[in-house]
Unconditional design. Structure first.
Length: 397
């Protein structure tokens, strides 16, 4: 595909918007896919609750560890090649998962999957921040987040339903093929960067790192992101064990259907792109955190249909928060955008790993009510961070 016209900085074409959404899809289609089959994996691999929870946690830990380095690499050498190569790299450990015989082997390959994700997630935000401006930038960010939401849902949904018709080992082979197809689609559809300026000097990169680490806006975004993914990973990992147990006894396909609530993000996230410029990032985040916490608390009610609605409410709040925080970073950080995205994602995914580990202990200690307590405390901390450290006007956009 040829480079897009300068006018696309303000008015991106439909094809470009679709491509950015697909970048999000293929970045996250593997990250959370195992959640819908956790009870089956726990049984077949003879794993403990904490070990099987870490099959999600180690992936996001790898993302956290790799994100800052990918940011520096991308700032030095470019955007598109790293995005395409990372989508392709995701297919390799996925194709090896069918060979695992122990939970430890699964954890190693899930960690390797996570190492590839920042090459898409971190670099895509830097790409958007450079190639678009104003309201168009916010709309493209929300489309990318929408794609990420759809990718997260698709991985869980596809893998869960595939295991209804074939062994989970064969299902992972299908998942690997999907990422290979995704690499080709992104390579063909994503324009080369037009406004990227390479910064290959290591000392300059270190200077930028020091400035970003001391930037109060990025510090606030990172702290908030930590609590956001803590709650999301904890909620959608251990609710599967809750619903697979008595009195619900959900099958892998039924657990996969639960993640249809993620489809609400496809609707909610673009709407957030219109709301954020109007009411501001701070007010958006505070309101969305209250909404998400309400959903978490409602999962304590017993009817399964109420739990599904509660999960939908909690997820919608998280999708809005993520759009607002990413827009906040793209708007407030003007230098070292890729490294800034890397630092944010490092904190964000450290929160996800911590959430998987802490909520695994909470579930072992107090079953689902214990898990909800841990989630509610994390969200209360997030609200306090946003209220105290996210500035009000000027609004993003």
């Amino acid at each position: 595909m040829s480079d897009s016209s300068p006018d696309e900085r303000d008015h991106p074409s439909r094809l470009l918007r679709l491509t950015m959404a697909l970048v999000g899809v293929f970045a996250f289609i593997q990250v959370y896919s195992v959640q819908s089959i956790l009870p089956q994996l726990q049984h077949d691999l003879n794993a403990s609750i904490v070990q099987i929870g870490n099959s999600v946690g180690v992936t996001v830990l790898a993302v956290a560890l790799m994100s800052p380095f990918v940011g520096m690499l991308s700032d030095a050498f470019g955007r598109k090649w790293l995005i395409v190569g990372s989508v392709f790299a995701l297919a390799l450990p996925t194709a090896l998962i069918p060979l695992v015989q122990t939970v430890h082997g699964l954890l190693v390959l899930r960690f390797l999957q996570g190492l590839a994700v920042p090459g898409v997630s971190v670099v895509a935000i830097a790409y958007i921040g450079e190639e678009f401006r104003g309201a168009a930038m916010i709309r493209v960010v929300t489309l990318y987040v929408t794609g990420s939401v759809l990718g997260g849902f698709s991985g869980r949904f596809i893998l869960g339903h595939l295991t209804e018709y074939m062994p989970w080992r064969a299902a992972f082979g299908v998942m690997a093929v999907l990422n290979l197809v995704g690499a080709f689609v992104v390579w063909r559809g994503l324009p080369a960067s037009r406004r990227f300026v390479a910064n290959a000097r290591f000392t300059s990169g270190l200077a930028t790192l020091r400035l970003l680490v001391c930037n109060p806006y990025l510090q606030a975004a990172c702290a908030l992101g930590f609590t956001v993914l803590f709650a999301l990973i904890g909620l959608f990992t251990f609710v599967n064990l809750h619903l697979a147990a008595a009195p619900y006894h959900f099958s892998p396909g039924q657990l996969a259907n639960i993640f249809a609530v993620y489809l609400l993000g496809v609707v909610v996230t673009p709407l957030a792109g219109r709301i954020i410029p109007r009411i501001g990032v701070r007010r958006t985040i505070l309101s969305a955190l209250v909404l998400s916490a309400l959903g978490v608390l409602l999962t304590l009610l017993q009817p399964s249909w109420v739990i599904v609605i509660a999960l939908a409410i909690a997820a919608c709040g998280v999708f809005i928060i993520q759009s607002a925080v990413m827009s906040f970073i793209a708007y407030r950080i003007t230098e070292g955008r890729s490294l800034a995205s890397g630092l944010y994602y490092s904190a964000y995914y450290c929160g996800g790993f911590t959430g998987a580990w802490v909520c695994g202990l909470a579930y072992t200690w107090g079953a689902w009510p214990g898990t909800v307590l841990a989630l509610a405390l994390a969200q209360a901390l997030g609200w306090l961070i946003a209220w105290r450290f996210i500035p009000g006007p000027p609004k993003a956009g």
